[in-house]
Design a protein around this ligand. Structure first.
Ligand SMILES: NC(=O)c1ccc[n+]([C@@H]2O[C@H](COP(=O)([O-])OP(=O)(O)OC[C@H]3O[C@@H](n4cnc5c(N)ncnc54)[C@H](O)[C@@H]3O)[C@@H](O)[C@H]2O)c1
Length: 378
């Protein structure tokens, strides 16, 4: 076993479990699965990418430990977060008599975690769920916090739940194979955690960028652990997002509008989720300056850090086939739709000093437009 094991305790109302962070955790997953329940049935939900390399090896190890193991390989991509995939998994659970105390292992990125988590949360009103996140985004964000969801028609994450696992095994070996673009996308959430809550961590990310971008193990473990601790600290007493948890949305409202407005059925997504968050954080810095008088030095520091980690702070609308004015109007429309869902208030998370953020309501519409104008160029 890797000597470098770190753990984070997630203690939310009604549930307490550990996130184990290390390299090569297969033996730990097997021994936990044997200890946590006498029920022998395990379903691994995964995608094609992880099937031959890891899922089959995990299946063999679990079988050696006495478990009956089935593997469900989802159809692939974001389209998998759908009712049709949910029904396929329910079918397997029913035919094979899976009970509440059987175990579902979500082995994959955020898509696998959201889909498997949603199914686990509803099967007999909640069966044992174990997260094994394999992308940086899933490690620091989607597998932490209990949000699980599938999409409905065009509405992303429309049908969902809050449901926590009984354990989370965050194995750094998965980061070896993650493409740079996905790795950097996950780093946007790491940066966000530092920006909203921890100046020292933000300084560390600034000083240690070479080691982190070279994926040096101890730096990665430190970053992942710290980001998870910050997330847990923000959800602990606010599971349903009414207070402190809102701060985790830094860059998300504006970024989500850009992600949605630039998505087309013909060409798919223009930006990864983390890239959208990076653009959203940059736009939020403009609002932080106009609304809270944040210094231009801090704005520059934040922008520089985002760029250092290979993430965008602006983009050319025409390079993606859009008319700039048109695209900004679409972003504003999406923001106004979002406002309707949130007590009819234009509310944003803004940075009030380096490593600290607040929620600001009643932000004027023209300032929001100005923030989009900074990141969306001709
Ligand atoms: N529940 C939440 O709180 C929450 C938070 C953020 C994002 N999300 C959701 O997460 C999803 C995005 O997750 P994601 O960014 O992990 O993308 P993803 O799950 O789509 O994975 C991206 C790609 O990476 C591949 N992959 C997975 N692990 C790999 C590895 N170790 N090496 C190489 N390739 C690997 C996958 O096969 C996939 O093709 C979205 O659906 C989003 O809505 C949920």
């Amino acid at each position: 076993m890797e000597h470098n094991l770190k753990t984070v305790l997630v203690d939310v109302p009604g549930k307490e479990y550990e996130v184990q962070i290390s390299r090569d955790l297969k033996a730990e997953i097997c021994s936990f699965s044997s200890r946590c329940t006498e029920n022998r049935d395990v379903l691994i939900v995964t995608d094609q990418y992880l099937l031959s390399g890891y899922a089959n090896a995990l299946k063999s190890s679990l079988e050696e430990a006495g478990k009956n193991v089935l593997v469900f390989v989802m159809c692939g991509g974001k389209a998998s977060k759908s009712f049709s995939e949910v029904l396929k998994i329910y079918g397997i659970l029913e035919v094979n008599n899976f009970a509440r105390d059987s175990v579902m292992i979500a082995l994959g990125g955020g898509v696998v975690g959201d889909l498997a988590g949603f199914v686990a949360s509803t099967w007999y009103r909640g069966m044992n769920l174990v997260h094994v996140p394999t992308t940086l985004m899933a490690m620091v964000d989607s597998s932490i916090g209990g949000k699980v969801a599938i999409n409905f028609r065009d509405t992303i994450n429309a049908v969902g739940n809050y449901y926590h696992p009984i354990a989370n095994f965050t194995d750094m070996r998965f980061l070896d194979t993650l493409p740079d673009r996905d790795f950097n996308s996950g780093l946007a959430e790491v940066l966000k955690c530092a920006f909203i809550a921890d100046q020292d961590f933000a300084n560390y990310l600034s000083d240690s960028c070479d080691q982190i971008l070279q994926r040096e193990l101890s730096s990665l473990i430190f970053c992942v652990k710290r980001a998870i601790e910050i997330k847990v600290d923000h959800i602990r007493n606010d599971v349903t997002e009414r207070g402190k948890r809102l701060l985790l949305n830094f860059g998300h409202t504006l970024g989500h509008a850009i992600e949605m407005a630039t998505h087309s059925d013909a060409t798919g997504e223009a930006f990864r989720h983390g890239e959208g968050v990076a653009l959203g954080m940059t736009a939020a810095m403009t609002l932080s300056r106009s609304q809270l008088g944040l210094s231009s030095e801090i704005v520059t520091r934040v922008r520089e850090l985002i760029v250092t980690y290979g993430l965008p702070i602006n983009f050319s609308a025409s390079a993606y086939g859009f008319d700039r004015e048109d695209l900004i109007n679409r972003c504003m429309k999406l923001i106004m739709k979002d406002k309707k869902r949130k007590d009819n208030q234009l509310r944003f998370v803004l940075m009030d000093s380096f490593g600290s953020a607040v929620v600001r309501s009643r932000v004027p519409e023209d300032q929001v437009r100005a923030a989009f104008e900074v990141v969306i160029e001709e």
